[in-house]
Design a protein around this ligand. Structure first.
Ligand code: SF4
Ligand code: SF4
Length: 265
């Protein structure tokens, strides 16, 4: 059997039979649903008809917290330490396709386990450790059915205003932080950095300094531990800078910033 006479063929709508060469099949493999040997991949159907607590969704991403979940905070099932804020305009890597996206709105989520996408409440042996009291988004997600998305996030999402809106000085601190350390501004300055290095390095340094000083000030004023700050002010500029193409290092009292090389297309 020659390469062209193999059992792999495509019948086009006009009846033409197309038999790709091995090289073509390799190009299609993994891209158009073919296995490396050129045979079409088998369709996979879910055999589940309910949640068996396999934890696959828990290892892929962490849930957005809704206003309906506030009871979990009041009952102490989830604490402020377990949450973090994604700020409006923040670049986030999608756990589904690995691509970077901008968040169009502020979101509060459960933290992942450090260095992974896995939810903090997931235990490899036990599965979800708060299963009976898990957040609404986890309850709605039914991997075995079509019911995998949630509607009305914009109005249903929990925000920092819902949590801290009655505490004036915290509301003011969050507002000031958003003004001084806006992520849209942060990204614009990084883009400008390539044109006028000195002026923009100073602007970036000012933002970073404000971000870190405000964190220190809140920690001291409220006797907070570090792990509550990602909820109050989002992730630090240090932490998210690499997503914007910038590495920031602190050397003594100075900040050293390095612009990362853009990946070639
Ligand atoms: S909903 Fe999540 S934990 Fe439950 S079966 Fe599906 S993937 Fe597994
Ligand atoms: S809260 Fe529980 S169910 Fe929801 S993602 Fe985390 S471990 Fe999974």
């Amino acid at each position: 059997m020659t390469e062209e006479n193999s059992n792999f063929e495509i019948v086009l709508p006009d009846g033409t039979i197309y038999k790709p060469k091995k090289a073509d099949r390799e190009t299609y493999s993994g891209v158009r649903g073919y296995d490396p040997d050129g045979k079409p991949k088998k369709m996979i159907f879910s055999t589940k008809n309910g949640c068996d607590r396999c934890g696959e969704c828990c290892r892929r991403d962490t849930p957005i917290i809704l206003k309906e979940d506030i009871v979990l905070l009041t009952k102490g099932i989830i604490s402020e330490r377990d949450l973090y804020t994604i700020r409006e305009g923040e670049k986030i890597r999608s756990a589904i396709d690995g691509e970077m996206y901008y968040s169009s709105m502020e979101l509060i989520k459960i933290k992942p386990i450090f260095g992974s996408f896995t939810c903090l409440f997931y235990d490899p042996a036990e599965g979800c450790t708060i299963y009976e009291q898990r957040p609404v988004v986890c309850r709605i997600y039914e991997c075995w059915s079509q019911n995998i998305s949630i509607t009305g996030i914009e109005t249903r999402r929990l925000t920092r205003a819902d949590l801290f809106g009655r505490i004036d000085f915290l509301t003011e601190a969050i507002k000031k932080h958003e003004e001084k350390c806006s992520l849209h501004k942060f990204e614009d300055i990084i883009c400008e950095l390539k044109k006028d290095k000195q002026e923009n390095i100073e602007k970036i340094a000012e933002m970073i300094l404000y971000d870190s000083s405000l964190r220190d000030w809140l920690k001291e004023k409220l006797s907070l531990s570090d792990d509550v700050l990602p909820l109050l002010l989002g992730r630090s500029l240090f932490e998210i800078a690499p997503f914007y193409g910038l590495i920031i290092e602190k050397e003594g009292e100075n900040f050293v910033t390095k612009v990362m090389q853009e990946e070639e297309e």
